[in-house]
Ligand binder design. Structure first.
Ligand code: GDP
Ligand code: MN
Length: 396
């Protein structure tokens, strides 16, 4: 789960990291009130769960309250990369002398946490890693030992060396007290590690990490991603998430996994492996899934009925593939759920449903479905037939 910048900065502040004073606001007037309290100039920043806000015009430094009111109004009406801006963050503007990049990230390549530093901040670090890989410092952290002090000091030394030759801004400004700045940067590395470790993050990124003309260090941006699988032990963070899709929430509450895609075939299966392989076979045959629902093991008729209702509620579902291989899931339970939902859901009318039932209770389930004589249900023999027929119906 991605946090908004101001939520990430609240975690930073709680960990003792230096962030500008500031508060989120939801209207132009509220933003001006925050600015008045903080003192001008302020930065007004779009709060949205994606990067690239600066380039999109979502970050503005304002010198008057009227400017704040106008900038906040415009930014609140913006979308960035298709996402609506949720609020603005108003904070004391910082006089930037040097910008760097600093992150702790869970690295697949290193199979563990990695501290990443680059002496050129504000830029796209992926581009920098491609064009000038030597400019990016990577320090793998042993997850059992944690971050060691020498590692934080190594990063700080690299940061101070980079600032001495920095081209952001155009003219390098010598650091007034390099040793003091290095200490502050080492403390920031430790603080970011604490946030990463203690809050079960997979990414804690500061871009830019700023050194001011008088050698202070400020985390000017905060991008924090929390491991979804750890949210259960961070209820305070779980509460910060975006409003989930109401259908996805209903599914989760019923113990189902329901995911919206953008094709026009609905898919129901039991077990993640079976559902994924069904999606793969559909894709290989040229079909495109609109959504899918995994009813898991031992699904009740009620769960199957809800799954079908959710699948049908997706826009543009033209055909449905049901692929059940019964182990602890019983075919007759699946059949009862399908029958109930098909009879009671108006959206089911006219949508062909292809059903492959195998394993436990398959014969009983097929008999129940056949006895019902539902016009849009067709029982198929195997997965190949299921995929062929549902793709033909999609194209029809
Ligand atoms: P992002 O584009 O979504 O990563 O948003 P950032 O928070 O990183 O802001 C983008 C850029 O705006 C930064 O790299 C800074 O150059 C600039 N910026 C942000 N806040 C301030 C500020 O307080 N003062 C100044 N002078 N520039 C700022
Ligand atoms: Mn940034």
């Amino acid at each position: 789960m991605d946090l908004l910048e101001h939520q990430g900065k609240a975690l930073f502040a709680a960990a003792g990291l230096p962030v500008p004073a500031g508060r989120p606001a939801g209207t132009g007037d509220a933003a001006a009130a925050v600015a008045e309290e903080l003192g001008l100039p302020v930065a007004v920043k779009a709060q949205v769960r994606t990067g690239g806000r600066g380039k999109a015009g979502g970050v503005r430094v304002c010198r008057t309250l009227d400017e704040v009111r106008a900038a906040a109004g415009e930014i609140l009406a913006m979308t960035v990369r298709g996402l609506a801006v949720e609020a603005v963050l108003v904070e004391r503007a910082v006089a930037i002398a040097h910008e760097a990049y600093l992150a702790v990230v869970l690295s697949r390549a290193h199979r563990g946490p990695l501290v990443v530093f680059a002496g050129e901040g504000g830029v796209d670090v992926e581009d920098l890693a491609r064009t000038r890989p030597e400019a990016v410092v990577r320090v793998p952290v042993d997850p059992l030992l944690g971050l060691c002090d020498y590692q934080a000091r190594d990063v700080a030394a690299a940061a101070v060396a980079a600032a001495a030759t920095s081209r952001t801004p155009a003219r390098p400004t010598p650091l007034v007290e390099p040793a003091a700045t290095a200490k502050r940067i080492a403390a920031v590395v430790h603080g970011l590690w604490r946030v990463y470790h203690d809050r079960d993050a997979t990414l804690v990124e500061v871009n830019p990490l700023v050194i001011t003309a008088d050698g202070d260090v400020v985390c000017l941006d905060a991008k924090v991603t929390i491991d979804d699988n750890a949210l259960w032990r961070h209820p305070d963070l779980a509460a910060l998430g975006p409003e989930p899709d109401p259908r996805e929430r209903r599914a989760r509450e019923a113990g189902l996994s329901y995911i919206v895609l953008d094709g026009d075939i609905g898919v129901i299966g039991n077990g993640a492996g079976l559902v994924m392989s069904t999606l793969d076979q559909l894709a290989a045959a040229g079909g495109r899934a609109a959504n899918f629902c995994d009813v898991g093991g031992g699904a009740s008729a009620a769960a199957v009925a809800l799954a079908l209702e959710l699948i049908l509620s997706g826009p543009g579902v033209r055909a449905i593939a049901v692929n059940i291989f019964g182990g602890i899931t019983r075919g007759e339970e699946v059949a009862r759920g399908l029958i109930e939902a098909l009879k009671t859901t108006p959206a089911a009318a006219g949508v062909p449903v292809y059903v492959r039932l195998a394993g436990t209770g398959a014969a009983e389930g097929r008999a129940l479905l056949a006895a019902e004589g539902l016009v849009n249900v067709r029982l198929v023999g195997d997965v190949a037939e299921l995929v062929r027929l549902v793709c033909a119906a999609e194209g029809a």
